[in-house]
Design a protein around this ligand. Structure first.
Ligand code: TDO
Length: 188
């Protein structure tokens, strides 16, 4: 018999704190049931903080990028990111001041069918590239959207050298005009 503890399979990455969680849906003749999130089972990743906002984005064009975005403390957030339609390449960039992997990034393919979710801790910039048209992303945050504490980087910033899988086809004006990362930037 399956126990609730087996509903999530968690795999760490080369960047401490960035974790890939694979959900294990329960299938039957109707389809499946899955827990997308469970505070009890995932408390080691939320550090006991509640999810306060659940966001949903629809991205029309394959190749479009959203991000890279982050919020400064005290609005720094943990994000649980999953794809519910299409496929995408999700990226977490380490901008923690004291981190041995400062400015390194982890990328993960998330699809509507692979049941994967990326845990992005506080102190990371986040972005993704749609790898299909009509791509939908769901993400759960431990902090409220706080525009006055929000900032970002251009996803093509040379400081990160992110290997986006596709040519960029769309980028918001705001994301396109970020100045290159200042060498004085010491993280958050
Ligand atoms: C993120 C956010 C935006 N908004 C508003 C602001 C704006 O009018 C509109 C679209 O906002 P943006 O252009 O910032 O949307 P978008 O570029 O999709 O921003 C998102 O990108 C990904 C990569 C993230 O990690 C998210 O945290 C968030 O920053 O929605 C909210 O009202 N609440 C929110 O939580």
């Amino acid at each position: 018999m399956l126990t609730t503890a087996s509903r999530f399979h968690c795999q760490s990455t080369l960047i401490a704190g960035v974790v890939v969680i694979e959900r294990r849906p329960i299938h039957d003749q109707r389809g499946f049931f899955e827990r997308v999130f469970c505070a009890n089972e995932l408390t080691e990743f939320t550090h006991g903080k509640p999810i306060v906002q659940i966001n949903h984005t629809f991205t029309k064009q394959c190749g479009a990028i959203r991000g890279l975005h982050f919020q400064y403390p005290p609005a720094a957030e943990i994000k649980f990111v999953t794809c519910v339609r299409g496929e995408l390449f999700d990226v977490a960039v380490d901008i923690r001041a004291d981190s041995p992997t400062f400015l390194q990034w982890h990328g993960e393919h998330l699809t509507a069918d692979n049941y994967k979710m990326l845990v992005i801790p506080e102190g990371f910039a986040h972005g993704f590239q749609a790898l299909s048209d009509d791509c939908e992303l769901l993400y759960m945050n431990t902090a409220y959207y706080t525009p006055e504490l929000e900032s970002g980087f251009n996803p093509t910033d040379k400081a990160f050298e992110i290997r986006w899988p596709q040519t960029i086809t769309d980028l918001s004006p705001r994301d396109a005009v970020h100045a290159p990362l200042d060498s004085q930037f010491l993280g958050i």
